[in-house]
Write a new protein. Structure first.
Length: 226
């Protein structure tokens, strides 16, 4: 099989304007992957499937990944004027100091696809797509029209992570019930205090419920639940 870098070059030669980046994997496996831009993802997928030297005709797995917002600290040198006494005369002079500045990098959701070629007996090729953020811009194109095996697995990623796959033929929950409001595989998901099938909390569920009620009562200035 061609290397990931060679496949990237082949894509860029065949799909004008294709946004493709190599994501390096520093682990011993060295399983590098390709990050696809949304605009040309379907064209790229068709190329990967139909190119006779690649022939990725089988999609084995779709998985989701959640990357939370993260705080980045950077040290920067800043020049500012300070008052100093020089030869008995107070004057303003430039002074360079190092400051630590922090900013938040928005998190995102990611879908990861593993492709194989049954015809040529090679693979996997790992391709990825990312959302803009984790809140209101969580769309990406569905690859189900190219590999039918994506259909149920993209539904699972939608159900558990909240990625909206545009162009999916039947995007609805597959594990959770229709009225469920959250996405259980997100890293900031909080387990409920109780469950529909277990109306009386006990053991670990009871401890969690008591801790939750105590925290709520503390915020509201009420007596904690017993």
């Amino acid at each position: 099989m061609k290397t990931v870098a060679e496949i990237k070059s082949a894509i860029e030669s065949s799909v004008p304007g294709a946004g493709v980046a190599v994501i390096s994997n520093p682990s011993p496996s060295g399983q590098h992957s390709l990050l696809l831009a949304h605009d040309h993802a379907l064209e790229i997928a068709v190329f990967l499937r139909d190119n006779p030297e690649l022939a990725f005709d089988y999609m084995s797995n779709v998985s989701g990944v959640d990357f939370l917002d993260k705080e980045i600290s950077e040290k920067v040198k800043v020049t500012r004027q300070v008052a100093k006494t020089v030869d008995g005369v107070e004057q303003m002079v430039d002074e360079t100091v190092e400051e630590t500045r922090k900013h938040i990098v928005a998190g995102y959701l990611e879908s990861v696809y593993h492709l194989y070629s049954v015809a040529l007996s090679h693979g996997p090729l790992v391709i990825r797509m990312r959302t803009v953020n984790r809140t209101d811009r969580v769309e990406m194109p569905s690859l189900t029209p190219i590999w039918r095996g994506c259909e149920l697995q993209e539904r699972e990623v939608f159900d558990l992570y909240g990625i909206l796959f545009t162009g999916h033929p039947d995007l609805r929950r597959i594990l959770m019930w229709d009225g469920f409001k959250d996405f259980p595989m997100r890293k900031d998901y909080v387990d409920p205090d109780d469950y529909e099938y277990e109306p009386t909390a006990h053991d670990d569920v009871l401890k969690r419920a008591q801790a939750h009620h105590s925290a709520t009562a503390a915020r509201e200035g009420a007596a904690p639940a017993q």
